[in-house]
Design a protein around this ligand. Structure first.
Ligand code: SIN
Ligand code: FE2
Length: 203
C-alpha cells in the first residue's frame, strides 16, 4: 500500500489505487446488484428527489420516506435484503478502514450526466470513530470538502476512476459534496457517468 496524499488532516487520498480490472469488477458487481436492488432517487430532507440514484451492498442500505431518511435492512422497493458486499470491498476496509470491525454498509451512488450532491456531513452512523472509505469509478468528479462547520472554507479537487479516499478523525464530520461530474471523461460505467461507493460502519 502506497502512502496517501493528505489533502487535509483526516482526509487522505490514494490516487489510482484500484487498477482497471479491479474497477471493472466493481462496476460489474454494482450492475448485478442493481438487478435485484434497483437504483432509486430518494427524496432529500427538503422533499425534492436527489439527482443521484442509490442502491447498496451489505446489511444496511439507505432509504427515505415521509418519516425521513435512514439506514434500512431492506430495499424499500423490493422489501428484500441488500446484496452481499463484494469480498474486494471487505478487504479494502480491513486495510484502510478498520482491521477489526467490518463495514455494515456500502452505499452505491450513481451520477449520470448533470447529477450532483450538495454539501453535507455523514452523521447518521452510530460511531464516528469509524472512517468512511470512498471509491470513485467512471467519470471524474469535482469533489468539494470543507470543515465541520458549514461556514468553514471549502476546497475542490478531482476524484478520478480508481481513486480511494478516506474521511477519518478531524475530517470524519467534514462537509463534503460533489459539484459536478465531468461527463464523458470515462467509458467505464455502462450508460455513462460515475459510480461512487462508500464503505461505512453505520451501527
Ligand atoms: C457521498 O458523500 O455520499 C458521496 C461522495 C462522492 O460521491 O464522492
Ligand atoms: Fe457523504
Amino acid at each position: 500500500m502506497f502512502q496517501p496524499l493528505t489533502i487535509m488532516s483526516g482526509f487522505d487520498l490514494w490516487p489510482g489505487l484500484l487498477d482497471l480490472p479491479a474497477q471493472r469488477a466493481l462496476v460489474e458487481a454494482v450492475m448485478a446488484a442493481a438487478e435485484v436492488a434497483p437504483f432509486a432517487h430518494y427524496a432529500t430532507a427538503y422533499g425534492k428527489p436527489m439527482s443521484v440514484a442509490m442502491t447498496a451492498f451489505g446489511p444496511l442500505g439507505w432509504t427515505s420516506d415521509p418519516r425521513g431518511y435512514r439506514y434500512a435492512e431492506r430495499h424499500p422497493g423490493t422489501d428484500e435484503p441488500w446484496p452481499d458486499m463484494p469480498r474486494a470491498l471487505l478487504d479494502l476496509w480491513t486495510l484502510l478502514g478498520d482491521p477489526e470491525t467490518p463495514p455494515d454498509s456500502c452505499l452505491v451512488n450513481l451520477y449520470r450526466e448533470g447529477a450532483r450532491m450538495g454539501l453535507h456531513q455523514d452523521r447518521d452512523e452510530a460511531d464516528p470513530r469509524f472512517p468512511v472509505l470512498s471509491i470513485s469509478l467512471g467519470d471524474t468528479a469535482v469533489f468539494r470538502i470543507g470543515g465541520t462547520s458549514p461556514k468553514d472554507p471549502t476546497r475542490s479537487l478531482k476524484l478520478n476512476s480508481g481513486d480511494v479516499c478516506r474521511l477519518s478523525g478531524p475530517a470524519r464530520l467534514a462537509f463534503h459534496g460533489v459539484d459536478r461530474i465531468v461527463a464523458g471523461s470515462s467509458t467505464l460505467v455502462p450508460g455513462g457517468g460515475r459510480i461512487n461507493l462508500t464503505l461505512r460502519r453505520a451501527r
